[in-house]
Design a protein around this ligand. Structure first.
Ligand code: FAD
Length: 364
């Protein structure tokens, strides 16, 4: 086995972006992933405020440009004007994979990591997969998403994580291609729904909830929602193929580094709470982590790794706290039509547009 500078567990959003940046800086990286194919996902569409060019991606990954987010309560609708994007997840990950410098980055699939070992000083020495194979490196990264295989063992994430599951269908779309729709109110039983337009008169319609009791009812609630008269004007369900997954909504602990272990992405709840946008925030975090890891390797000092936490806190912590408060309010409002209509009138309609855009994008 080659001598790696960094072993990354997980070749998803965070792992690929981090590997790309470390490869550019000529560090030897091994990505280990339990999947057979890094381009197979349980859902394929993303809503995002990220600018693709900021992260070295081409416009080909954009499934649809959005200029309006229409927020719907039972009786009111309010349009928030601003640029956003619906991204094709497979194309985003394909471009990331294609941009890896394979002179420096090695990918090994079907490798399910289970354990991490440390020496008497607490420094991590190797990780082990379920077949007992060990992998050594100077620095280990947990980018294993909601599994958080190393972050959980090492206490950088709470053991019991709260999840917000979501389900979605790809459907025929009758609305304006540049309008995305977000719904909340009592008919959604404390959850929220969305319609993300795609090209060719298609759209994604989805439903998510932060209420653990709703987990089993997600599909039925989404089916009922699609059948409601106001939604029928916008989408026609022409297949039964359902996609979905779960977001971590446990508050970020903002400790991402322990000795020579670094965590990025959903493994440490870095997804922004307000609309569950992960990509923009996780890409930025991965780039921050890559800089600290590179400096640490060059200076042979683990202290440099903590610069990643410092930079992250300065950029994101206050925003995350505000988004978390906003998320709790949205959940409360969503349980009552009276409150959701009132919030629509007072919070959204009376505030200037730019403030609403800031709240939605998690940037204040
Ligand atoms: C239903 C849903 C809708 C979403 N919608 C949006 C959206 O619209 N916009 C947006 O920006 N974000 C969205 N997100 C959030 C976003 O997808 C995540 O925040 C982001 O993908 C997390 O990236 P990650 O790299 O941390 O984890 P992942 O991308 O999940 O990658 C983790 C990788 O680790 C691997 N792995 C796990 N355990 C192990 C192990 N033990 N050993 C080896 N490999 C392992 C997995 O196979 C996987 O490839 C959504 C999430 C869900 C679930």
């Amino acid at each position: 086995m080659k001598n790696f500078d960094v072993v990354i567990v997980g070749g998803g959003t965070a792992g690929l972006m981090l590997a790309r940046e470390l490869g550019k800086l000529k560090h030897k990286v091994l990505i280990l992933d339990r999947k057979k194919n890094l381009l197979e996902f349980s859902f394929n569409t993303l809503g995002s405020f990220l600018k693709v060019e900021d992260f070295g991606l081409s416009e080909n990954v954009i499934a649809q440009k959005i200029d309006t987010a229409a927020i719907h309560s039972k009786y009111f609708k309010h349009n928030i004007k601003g640029e956003a994007f619906i991204l094709d997840k497979k194309l985003v990950h394909k471009e990331l994979l294609d941009s890896l410098d394979m002179k420096y980055v090695t990918i090994q699939l079907q490798t399910n990591i289970k354990k991490i070992y440390k020496d008497s000083k607490g420094r991590y020495t190797s990780i082990e997969d379920k077949n007992g194979n060990k992998y050594e490196a100077k620095i280990f990264v947990d980018a294993s998403g909601t599994v958080g295989v190393l972050s959980k063992i090492e206490g950088l994430r709470e053991k019991n994580v709260d999840f917000a599951p979501g389900v979605e269908y790809n459907v025929k779309y009758l609305g304006k291609p540049t309008d995305a729709h977000l719904y909340f109110g009592k008919e959604l039983k404390g959850g929220y729904a969305w319609i993300f337009p795609l090209k060719n008169k298609r759209a994604i319609v989805g439903f998510g909830s932060v209420d653990a009791g709703m987990f089993k009812n997600l599909k039925n609630t989404l089916n009922d929602f699609i059948e409601s008269p106001r939604i029928k004007k916008l989408v026609v369900k022409d297949n039964n193929f359902i996609e979905g997954g779960s977001l971590p909504i446990t508050p970020v602990l903002d400790n991402f580094v322990k000795q020579n272990l670094v965590c990025v992405g959903d493994s440490v709840s870095q997804v922004n709470p307000i609309v569950g946008e992960g990509y923009k925030f996780i890409f930025e975090a991965a780039i921050m982590a890559s800089k600290a890891i590179s400096k640490s390797l060059e200076q042979n000092s683990l202290d440099c790794l903590f610069e990643y936490e410092d930079v992250w806190r300065k950029r994101f912590l206050a925003n995350y706290k505000r988004s978390k408060i906003a998320q709790k309010r949205v959940v409360k409002l969503s349980n009552s039509d009276f409150l959701s209509n009132l919030a629509m009138l007072i919070l959204l309609k009376l505030r200037p547009n730019y403030k609403n855009v800031n709240s939605l994008s998690g940037e204040y």
